[in-house]
Design a protein around this ligand. Structure first.
Ligand code: SF4
Length: 216
C-alpha cells in the first residue's frame, strides 16, 4: 500500500533524527561507541518500546535488541502475533555505556531531551512500553519499583504508559517469565483501549465518550 504524504514526512523526520544520532557528540558516551543505535520499526507504530541502552551486539550492528534480550523480545512479540517491524524499538540512551554500566543522569537527560522525546512526537504511539527501570524512570515517579508496578498501565498525555521488566532481567531470573508473558498478553488490549490524541474529524461532538479503560 502506498504511503500517505504525512507518513512520508514523518518517516523523513525520523530518519533525520537518526542521522543526527549517528553523528552526535553531545554526551561522553559517543567516545566509546562503534555505532549509535537510533531505533528500529514503524514510523506510525501503535507500540513504542523503550529499553535502557545498546549492549555489545547492538553497538556492533547499530540496531536495537539484537542480542539474547532481543531474541527474547522477538519471542514475546510473536506470542501476541507481532513482529518487531510492526512496533518501534529504541532506548533511553542511543550509545553503549562502557562495559554496559548504567547510564548516568546527565547522559539520560541529554539523550532523551534531544532525541527520544522528538521520536515520540513523530511516532505518536498509543502505548509506550518501558523495558526496565531506566526507561520506567522517565515516565513514572522516582520511587516506583518495577517489581511492584510492572504490568500496571498508566494513562497520561493521551496515551498509555506500560512498565515492563527488561528482557535481560527476565533471562537472568526465569522466575519472572510468567509475569513478563502475562504483561505482554495485555498489550493489544491496551492498544485497543488507548484513545487517539485527536478525535477523528467526522466524530459527532455530542456522542458520549468511549468507555475508559480501568487502568489499576
Ligand atoms: S548517548 Fe545520546 S546524547 Fe550521548 S552521544 Fe549518544 S546519541 Fe548523543
Amino acid at each position: 500500500m502506498a504511503s500517505t504524504p504525512d507518513l512520508e514526512q514523518r518517516r523523513a523526520a525520523l530518519e533525520a533524527i537518526a542521522d543526527e544520532i549517528r553523528q552526535c557528540t553531545l554526551c561522553p558516551l559517543y567516545t566509546g561507541r562503534t555505532h549509535a543505535v537510533p531505533g528500529y520499526g514503524r514510523v506510525d507504530a501503535d507500540i513504542l518500546f523503550v529499553g535502557e541502552g545498546p549492549g555489545y551486539h547492538e553497538d556492533q550492528q547499530g540496531l536495537p535488541f539484537v542480542g539474547q534480550s532481543g531474541h527474547y523480545l522477538d519471542e514475546l512479540l510473536g506470542k501476541i502475533g507481532l513482529t518487531r517491524a510492526e512496533v518501534f524499538i529504541t532506548n533511553v540512551v542511543k550509545c553503549r555505556p562502557p562495559n554496559n554500566r548504567d547510564p548516568l543522569p546527565l547522559e539520560i537527560d541529554t539523550c532523551t531531551t534531544t532525541y527520544l522525546h522528538r521520536q515520540i512526537a513523530i511516532i505518536q504511539p498509543k502505548v509506550i512500553a518501558t523495558l526496565g527501570r531506566f526507561s520506567m524512570g522517565l515516565f513514572f515517579p522516582p520511587n516506583a519499583r518495577i517489581t511492584r508496578i510492572h504490568g500496571q498501565p498508566h494513562r497520561a498525555d493521551g496515551r498509555i504508559y506500560y512498565p515492563l521488566f527488561h528482557p535481560a532481567a527476565v533471562l537472568r531470573n526465569p522466575n519472572l517469565r510468567p509475569d513478563m508473558e502475562a504483561d505482554f498478553k495485555r498489550m493489544l488490549d491496551l492498544v485497543a483501549a488507548a484513545q487517539p490524541e485527536v478525535p477523528p474529524p467526522d466524530e459527532p461532538e455530542d456522542e458520549p465518550p468511549p468507555r475508559q479503560l480501568s487502568l489499576f
